[in-house]
Write a new protein. Structure first.
Length: 395
């Protein structure tokens, strides 16, 4: 099968959950014997670093990108909002990207166009006009849900109104996008249910993201440590960490004074940096997520808005880390509370779980081992690619 993979940002090197998910699928398709061509949108936030691409990846994918200026500009944002347009999607529309896409569709015969995320769906009409190829949208999230959940928690009435308006616009757009493709590969079972509800009749199937279990050296772990790893230019991550620092952390150090909290992720905001005290270490962007995870004891994932699945949670589980998380943070993964992670939305219970695992390392190890076994059984690349192949064949 010859696949054209359209990405809203360069999938390699992997710098966040989205790129990890995209690259894992690319790798899985290639390993299964398929041909993959990668065409991505390059932005100021997500540049296409050719020097960081290894020779094998360049040869196998012939990866290329087109620069699109997606920076948010106040005047177009306001104008778009007043006119009822969807600026969040309009930012990704580019004539240069469209022309390169047309060239590829005219020059090569693809069996499938794989749209990675909602943000490349503005090009569906172009694909339909220049090819009869099958189109599958890989829905990394149900975007309107993220904005809806943010609106529900927003106390500022002006911001809440804006977020609610955006959620309604995104829901209408997603209904169109889901119906305009031949199939939707949702990244979680909960998203599959949501998509089926808002867009009845759409062909949708849950296709998990994939990851490999990796053995980590136990002697490298720094004791009494917690860590969070995520993109800190994403509002739900920032709000979750502020809750963790303000509501949970004082309860933890009251019972475990030697505990340390490490916070990593690119674009760390001042609202987090300014909250750092002696036992909170803000590290910002890191070069090797796997090595970073390997040296810490417990993963914490506080999240109260979002959709899809958190790739970092799956990575942490695959690496055998005990995890304490909120409900939304592990939504759609299939976690069993108390068996392969601890799930709670209460600050007191969140803190109690952390303290218990720090004080009972044998229980923490059991939780991490169970998590790794779960990922091995459900998220191996071979399992995921077979599901995708079956879904494609059914369309």
């Amino acid at each position: 099968m010859k696949v054209l993979q359209l990405c809203n940002k360069p999938p390699f090197p992997t710098v966040d959950g989205g790129t990890i998910a995209m690259h894992a699928l690319t790798r899985g398709l290639l390993d299964a014997g398929h041909t993959v061509k990668v065409l991505s949108i390059e932005t100021a936030k997500h540049p296409f670093n050719v020097d960081k691409l290894n020779d094998e990846y360049k040869q196998q994918t012939n990866a290329e990108s087109v620069f699109v200026d997606t920076r948010i500009k106040p005047l177009p944002l306001l104008t778009s909002f007043l006119l009822g347009d969807l600026y969040i999607m309009e930012r990704f529309i580019s004539n240069k990207f469209k022309m390169r896409l047309i060239q590829l569709l005219e020059q090569e015969n693809f069996d499938l166009v794989l749209l990675e995320s909602l943000f490349v769906t503005p090009y569906i009409d172009t694909i339909r006009r220049y090819s009869k190829v099958k189109i599958i949208l890989r829905a990394h999230n149900v975007e309107y849900l993220i904005w809806h959940r943010l609106a529900e928690k927003e106390r500022n009435p002006v911001k809440a109104y804006y977020l609610k308006s955006m959620a309604k616009q995104l829901q209408r757009y997603e209904q169109w996008a889901f119906s305009a493709v031949d199939g939707v590969a949702a990244i979680s079972s909960i998203d599959t249910q949501t998509i089926s509800y808002i867009a009845p009749g759409v062909k949708v199937k849950t296709i998990n993201l994939s990851t490999e279990y990796k053995h980590l050296p136990l002697d490298a772990i720094e004791q009494n440590t917690l860590f969070h790893l995520g993109s800190m230019d994403w509002m739900p991550n920032v709000e979750g960490i502020i809750w963790l620092i303000d509501e949970v952390w004082p309860l933890v150090v009251a019972k475990q004074p030697n505990a340390k909290l490490y916070l990593a992720g690119r674009n760390m905001p001042k609202s987090i940096i300014n909250r750092a005290v002696a036992n909170i270490i803000v590290e910002g962007a890191i070069d090797s997520p796997t090595e970073y995870i390997a040296t810490k004891q417990i993963m914490v994932v506080p999240l109260f808005a979002g959709s899809g699945v958190r790739v970092k949670v799956i990575e942490g589980m695959a690496l055998g880390k005990p995890i304490v998380a909120t409900t939304i943070a592990v939504e759609g993964i299939g976690i069993s509370n108390g068996n392969n992670a601890v799930i709670t939305d209460s600050a007191i219970q969140f803190a109690d779980a952390i303290v218990y695992l720090l004080q009972h390392p044998d229980k923490a190890k059991e939780l991490g081992d169970n998590a790794a076994d779960f990922i091995e059984q459900n998220y191996r690349p071979q399992v995921v690619i077979k599901k995708l192949e079956s879904f494609i064949a059914s369309i």
